[in-house]
Design a protein around this ligand. Structure first.
Ligand code: SAM
Length: 337
């Protein structure tokens, strides 16, 4: 039997190569979990996962002081085994949670995370939810901690820009808080040093990870003439936007059809597939302020990684759809123009 076509994936890929949208393809990179695991666990130059792990472990006691015990725990994008064993499980123990929900676009990551948690903490109730967390989720309202580790908040969808997209970050945080989150634990990388960033992102494993997107398009989407080999990973640091922009560069002219749409790409052209943003603490504070989240505490060590604990004010009717939040976003958008 033929596999159904993921129409959203088709539309998103068509939008990318037509230039209608940019920086929106991040969620499609994780279908083959081995590519991310190879980068996160075995790439010496890609420091983010390693430093995030170290900071989290150094911050466990402080996190347990800042966040009430026994809350349910939503893990957004748990990722590979090592990160679950060395971060998630330790956080669950520190916060004495008795419920664990793994939310991931990759079914393999979500179910493996639940299995790993149950291996170490057999009494915890676990659930795997396969969904895109940047699309708004309808979660049951119950007090919970939402964990967003591995600097994944940096992958917000946005085109190349002259300034940090605070409103986009606010919307992403709002989406997370709407997942029944009373407390958000958000890790992020604040590095702005171009040479160390380029060293981290121009590795072979990073290139294999990012170009996994075009290989996936070739295999899963109806196409004629789409040749993934003409694209290469071309990461570019955009300092004003604090944005590592992951372009797919065209090495050779290529004409192809995706679905029913025709494309002609030329050598030297570049398409912005996704981003790795590097916010400062102030960017987190500004974004939180827009949507009424309160920063409780920031954790840092000698690395460029940071962990923020944000809290949804008690008794607030916290709904993105509420006119109050929309008003604030509109107001901020006017201020940002
Ligand atoms: C950068 S990794 C971080 C993994 C882990 N939390 C860590 O700390 O190393 C991103 C994780 O989020 C998942 N992911 C990425 N984008 C997603 C999206 N839009 N919706 C749901 N899951 C997503 C990936 O499959 C992966 O597990």
């Amino acid at each position: 039997m033929q596999k159904p076509i993921d129409l959203q994936f088709l539309r998103d890929a068509q939008d990318l190569f037509s230039g209608r949208r940019e920086g929106h393809m991040g969620a499609y990179l994780y279908k083959d979990p081995r590519l991310w695991s190879a980068l996160a666990e075995n790439d010496r130059d890609y420091y983010i996962s390693r430093h995030d792990n170290r900071l989290l472990n150094r911050s466990l006691k402080g996190l347990a002081r800042a966040i009430p015990a026994h809350l349910g725990f939503r893990d957004n994008g748990p990722g590979a085994g090592k990160s679950v064993e060395e971060k998630t499980v330790r956080l669950l123990k520190a916060l004495q949670s008795n419920e664990y929900i793994a939310v991931d676009v990759s079914e393999a990551f979500a179910t493996a995370a639940c299995e790993a948690v149950n291996r170490y903490l057999p009494d915890i109730k676990t659930t795997a939810e396969v969904l895109d967390f940047f699309r708004k989720a309808k979660a049951e309202r119950s007090p919970a901690v939402v964990y967003f580790g591995g600097s994944t908040i940096g992958n917000i969808t946005h085109p190349l820009d002259e300034e940090f997209p605070t409103i986009k970050l606010a919307t992403a945080l709002d989406g997370l808080a709407s997942q029944a989150g009373d407390y958000l634990i958000v890790s992020f990388d604040s590095n702005r040093d171009e040479s160390s960033l380029m060293k981290a992102y121009t590795t072979e494993k990073n290139s294999v990870f990012v170009t996994g997107l075009v290989r996936r398009i070739a295999v899963e989407l109806p196409n004629q003439g789409f040749n993934p080999a003409v694209f290469s990973h071309d990461p570019t640091w955009n300092a004003p936007g604090r944005q590592m922009a992951h372009f797919l560069g065209v090495e050779k002219d290529c004409e192809f059809q995706l679905g029913k749409e025709n494309f002609s790409v030329k050598a030297g052209e570049r398409f912005l597939g996704l981003n790795s943003y590097k916010p400062a603490e102030d960017n987190l504070i500004d974004a939180s302020d827009i949507i009424g989240l309160q920063p409780v505490e920031f954790f840092q060590d000698d690395s460029t990684l940071r962990i923020a604990v944000l809290q949804r004010p008690q008794n607030a009717n916290y709904q993105m759809t509420s006119s109050r939040v929309n008003e604030r976003l509109a107001h901020a958008a006017i201020g940002a123009r």
